[in-house]
Design a protein around this ligand. Structure first.
Ligand SMILES: NC(=O)c1ccc[n+]([C@@H]2O[C@H](COP(=O)([O-])OP(=O)(O)OC[C@H]3O[C@@H](n4cnc5c(N)ncnc54)[C@H](OP(=O)(O)O)[C@@H]3O)[C@@H](O)[C@H]2O)c1
Length: 329
C-alpha cells in the first residue's frame, strides 16, 4: 500500500487560481497519454505517486482519455480505490466532456444532455462521488452558451463538481462564459488552453480577459508534447510520443524547429536547467499562468519537471535571447 512522503508539501509552490479560494500547484499532471488500456499499469502508479510525493495535488483527466476512451479514468479509479482514497481531500481531480465520446447525437459537443450524462459516467469510472473541477472541453458552435453554462452551474449545485472550467475557448467566448457563470452564482474557476514557447495565442487577448474576469489558467502541452525537451535533438527515440500516436508526428519535428530547440537548449544549459525545466519556467515566468499541466511517460520526468519551482526567474537578457530565437531573428 502506497504511503505518501511526509515532506511532499515542501517540494512544491502553490498559487491562487484567479479570484478563488483554490491554491493550485504550479505543476499539475495530466493523464491524456500513458494511462490508457494500452499502457503499463505499474508505470501509471509510479508516475502518480512520484507526482503526489512532490506536492502535485492536481490530476487532470477527460472522459475520452485512453485509448480506449474512458480507460484513463478507469485506471485512475482503480488506483484511487487501491491507494489514493485516503488522500482524497488533499487532491484536486478534474475531468471534462466536449469531444466525441459515444455514438449518436448525445455523445459530443456541449448540450446539457451530454454534459450531465458524461459526468455521471466519469464519476463511476473514477470511483468518485464528485470531481473538484468539471470542464467543458471545447466550445460548441451550435449549442447556446446559456445551455452549456447552465448545465455546468447545475452540476455544481448537484454536488457532482465543486468548481467549473472551460477549455479551448477563445477570448470573447471565454468572457461570455465567465459572465454567464457568475450570473448563475457558480463562478468560472479556470480556463485550460494550450500554451508553450511555440504556441503563444493566449497572449493575444485571452490572458487579458482572464485577468479582468478573475479566472485562473492551467495550460496544456507546455513542453509541446515533448518537443521542448532534449529528447529529439539526436533523432526520434523509440518509444517517444512521436513514435506512438498521431497527435505528434515525426514529420512535425522539422529541421527548422530542431534548430530553435538546439539554441534554446544552450540557454537552458547556461541557466543550469534542462530544456524541459526552462520551457516550463518560461510559461510560468510572469505569474499570468497559474499552473503548467504536464504529461509524463516515466516517473523520472516528474522529478526533472518539479525542480522548476526552485528556479522560475529569468533575467532580461535571457528573456531577450529566448524571444529572438522564438521570433527567428
Ligand atoms: N484541454 C485540452 O484540449 C487538452 C489537450 C491536450 C492535453 N491536455 C492536458 O494536458 C496534459 C499535458 O499535455 P501533454 O502531455 O501534451 O504535455 P507536455 O508536457 O507538453 O508533453 C508531455 C510529454 O513530454 C515528454 N516529457 C515530459 N517531461 C519530460 C522531460 N523532463 N524530459 C523529456 N521528455 C519529457 C513525455 O513524452 P514521451 O512520451 O515522449 O516521453 C511526456 O509524455 C494532458 O495529459 C491533458 O491532461 C488537455
Amino acid at each position: 500500500m502506497y504511503v505518501a512522503k511526509e515532506n511532499r508539501y515542501e517540494q512544491m509552490q502553490y498559487l491562487r487560481c484567479g479570484k478563488s479560494g483554490i491554491m493550485m500547484p504550479r505543476v499539475a499532471l495530466g493523464l491524456w497519454h500513458n494511462f490508457g488500456s494500452v499502457d503499463q499499469y505499474d508505470n501509471m502508479k509510479k508516475i502518480l505517486f512520484e507526482a503526489f510525493d512532490h506536492g502535485i495535488t492536481h490530476f487532470d483527466l477527460a472522459n475520452n482519455y485512453g485509448p480506449v476512451y474512458g480507460s484513463a479514468e478507469e485506471n485512475f479509479g482503480r488506483i484511487m480505490e487501491s491507494d489514493l482514497r485516503r488522500y482524497r481531500d488533499e487532491l484536486l481531480i478534474s475531468t471534462k466532456a466536449g469531444y466525441d465520446m459515444w455514438p449518436g447525437p448525445y455523445g459530443n459537443f456541449g448540450s446539457r444532455k451530454y454534459l450531465m450524462s458524461s459526468l455521471d459516467q466519469s464519476l463511476s469510472r473514477m470511483k468518485l462521488d464528485y470531481v473538484d473541477i468539471f470542464y467543458h472541453h471545447r466550445p460548441d458552435p451550435d449549442t447556446p452558451l446559456e445551455e452549456t453554462m447552465g448545465a455546468l452551474s447545475d452540476i455544481v449545485r448537484q454536488g457532482k463538481a465543486l468548481y467549473v472550467g472551460i477549455s479551448n475557448y477563445q477570448d470573447e467566448d471565454a468572457r461570455k462564459a465567465a459572465r454567464l457563470l457568475r450570473a448563475n452564482g457558480t463562478p468560472l474557476l479556470i480556463h485550460q488552453p494550450r500554451y508553450n514557447m511555440f504556441d503563444r495565442w493566449i497572449e493575444d487577448g485571452l490572458q487579458e480577459v482572464l485577468e479582468e474576469e478573475g479566472v485562473g489558467s492551467i495550460v496544456f502541452s507546455p513542453l509541446a508534447q515533448g518537443v521542448l525537451t532534449d529528447k529529439y535533438l539526436n533523432g526520434i527515440p523509440e518509444g517517444s510520443r512521436a513514435t506512438r500516436n498521431h497527435f505528434l508526428k515525426g514529420e512535425n519535428i522539422t529541421p527548422e524547429l530542431l534548430e530553435k530547440v538546439k539554441k534554446l537548449n544552450k540557454i537552458a544549459d547556461g541557466r543550469g536547467q534542462t530544456l524541459a525545466q526552462m520551457a516550463l519556467a518560461w510559461v510560468l515566468r510572469n505569474n499570468k499562468v497559474t499552473t503548467v499541466l504536464i504529461g509524463a511517460s516515466r516517473a523520472e520526468q516528474i522529478l526533472d519537471n518539479v525542480k522548476i519551482v526552485n528556479h522560475l526567474q529569468f533575467d532580461e537578457g535571457e528573456l531577450q535571447m529566448i524571444e529572438e530565437i522564438l521570433q527567428n531573428k
